[in-house]
Design a protein around this ligand. Sequence first.
Ligand code: GDP
Ligand code: MG
Length: 444
Amino acid sequence: TLSDRLSGVFEKLRGRGALTEKDVSEALREVRVALLEADVALPVARDFVGKVKERAIGQEVLRSVTPGQQVVKIVHDVLVDTLGGGDNAHELDLTKAPPSAILMVGLQGSGKTTTSAKLAKRLKEKDRKRVLMASLDTRRPAAMEQLKVLGEQADVPTLPIVPGQSAVQIAGRAMEAARLGGHDIVILDTAGRLSIDEELMAEVKQIHTKTSPVETLLVLDSLTGQDAVQTAERFKARVPVSGVVLTRLDGDGRGGAALSMRSVTGAPIKFAGVGEKLDALDVFDPERMAGRILGMGDIVSLVEKASQDFDEAKAKQTAQKLAKGEFDLDDLREQLAQMRKMGGMGTILGLMPGMGKIKDAESAAGGFDDGEIKRQEAIISSMTKKERRKPDLMNASRKRRVAKGAGVQVQDVNKLLKAHRGMADMMKKMGKGGKRGMAGQMAK
Ligand code: GDP
Ligand code: MG
């Protein structure tokens, strides 16, 4: 695995003062080989290694981690970036006026029909959307029946089957039915193709023109590795793909193909299929995928250890700022991230003896759960650098913008700002206590 390959190389890096070009190059040769073995396309692997090198060389070695751990951490971070970490592109664009079409495309057997039903269920249950599904697979009558059965399981209606219509006609009929029926979203499940054939491609294009979908999701089987990358390339050349769904990530494929997808399609990976059941669909998580590509196991714990150590250094920085009476929203975000890494307050409380009941009370109140922490992080992330430094800048229109960006209500933004103000005031008071204050103690 990648981790085996790297540990030897990293052993050599132990005890150095700063990462030299030679250290890094040696380690990265191994990274490149391992990436290729994990099904990452050559140009992507090359580009990837270049980015790691750029970040790593000359970086000061932190006292608390070995250079090897530090390189692993950088590899991990670049992996997450390459997979689309840090942007909010993983969710669907549901802002357009209804009915909106979501077009599912891909090779036969990639999981289009299953994913259509999973997505319909999710949109219905999580987003409270009124969804209609339609099968445009005129080549295999069984395919239409399959979607209907899955629709019944998901409790989502499917367009009644009318024999003899073309795919484009059915698409038109589906949009019309949605308009009349007051549906928000129409999921269009297209015909499977065994390979890219021109006739079916032309058909997909026609359907696209006819329905102007808000999302065109390319469904790819992650187990097919480099083939999936080629498929993505071919589809991309013919239809404007807005997002990728990688299926069968519950299998033991290494998922290296995921790393290529973004650069090949220019579109983010939006969802991951993780099983045959209808709730086995996750919003794509770059962090988790990065762990998987790195080979899980000890390397991930190494990375975790490394980032923990980084966090300690950061915590010290924060404490020093606190001592000076400074505590901006960037600091708050740092604190939230730490809380989330520790598994949220709920987990921490749950670990303490006798605290189980309180934990339940907490989560019942929705107080410190993971979702809430993530929501608060999202709000801060939707602010500009300037706003994070000077929360006083947040006027009504800025609040509206941030709320929209984070997908929350303005009152949530207000709540966060108020909580921050309270904390900052408290910190200031502690800071004024000088060296004897708590913050002063923490900074030592
Ligand atoms: P289509 O031809 O693209 O419509 O593919 P289907 O949706 O019919 O899926 C083909 C097979 O793959 C079915 O047996 C599905 O149950 C299975 N499948 C789809 N997605 C996943 C997934 O994420 N994990 C697993 N294990 N199986 C999946
Ligand atoms: Mg199908």
